[in-house]
Ligand binder design. Structure first.
Ligand code: KIV
Length: 281
């Protein structure tokens, strides 16, 4: 089993092979998705919402990220692991940015980092890449800027906004990013950007003309119901399975049909005899 590298991902675009990516935040999920053959696992800061119950991704800290990145890298053997740089971890200064990216690689054992933004984050992207760390860009809907965007809306709909996104994508490519996430942009614009770049685009709510697709695993498996974006396709309803299994467990525990004989341990008759007869020596 060969480990996927950023080179593999770049090559896939050249060979017209579609790239697959899902989020993972823990050991068992990473192990399962890896076994299923996913190319890349994203330890997204979406973990703040779907795992930690925060209102949005701005609450996620470096320590939150590291905790989950470590679990995911322990679970995955083959997939390329990309870890999100959380809100404010790459805005304070270049040294701080490189240090935080480095922690995700050195302590978390991730293979690459992802950060949100276009032209304005070019100095950070260059500095991280110069430190030998692969960077994935992320433009369009950038959830860490929720307070500025005012909501989770489609981006790049006007001529001006679309042109800005094209320029942002080119600037990230020039800065050394190995791929770019396009989130929540019109499908025609995503196609245009994809054709303009030599590095792969990974779409989420950006149509099927991107070089690859990413979704939040908790959305795909029906584990998170607080907010389900239009672009999500739910492939399973694990929540329903968990509710059903839990109800069955409650019933069986109450009626004492669990634990049954196959789930218990027994004392040998001889030992029982000795315990009861122990005082009669
Ligand atoms: O945090 C995340 O899960 C992401 C994806 C939505 C691309 O950034």
């Amino acid at each position: 089993m060969k480990k996927i590298t950023t080179e593999t991902i770049r090559r896939k675009k050249k060979n017209n092979e579609i790239i697959t990516m899902l989020t993972a935040y823990d050991y068992p999920t990473a192990e399962i998705l890896d076994e299923a053959g996913i190319d890349m696992l994203l330890v997204g800061d979406s973990l703040g919402m779907v795992v930690l119950g925060y209102d949005n991704t701005t609450e996620v800290t470096m320590e939150d990220m590291l905790h989950h990145v470590k679990a995911v890298t322990r679970g995955s053997k083959r997939s390329l692991i990309v870890a999100d740089l959380p809100f404010l971890s790459y805005h304070i200064g270049i040294n701080e940015t490189v240090k935080n990216a480095g922690r995700l690689i050195q302590e978390g054992k991730a293979n690459a980092v992802k950060l949100e933004g276009g032209k304005e984050v070019v100095p950070q992207v260059k500095a991280i890449v110069n430190a030998g760390i692969p960077v994935m860009g992320h433009i369009g809907l950038t959830p860490q800027s929720i307070n500025q965007l005012g909501g989770y809306y489609v981006q790049g709909k006007s001529e001006e906004d679309a042109k800005k996104l094209i320029e942002d994508a080119k600037a990230l490519e020039q800065a050394g990013a190995f791929s770019i996430v396009l989130e929540c942009v019109p499908t025609e614009l995503a196609k245009l950007i994809t054709n303009e770049l030599s590095i792969p685009t990974i779409g989420i709510g950006a149509g099927c003309d991107c070089d690859g697709q990413v979704l939040v695993t908790h959305d795909v498996l029906g584990l998170y119901s607080r907010m389900v974006p239009k672009f999500v396709k739910q492939y399973a309803n694990i929540r329903e399975s968990i509710v059903d299994a839990t109800k069955e467990y409650i019933t069986e525990v109450k009626e004492k049909s669990f634990p049954s004989n196959e789930h218990v341990f027994h004392l040998q008759e001889e030992v029982i005899g000795k315990i009861y007869g122990g005082g009669e020596k």
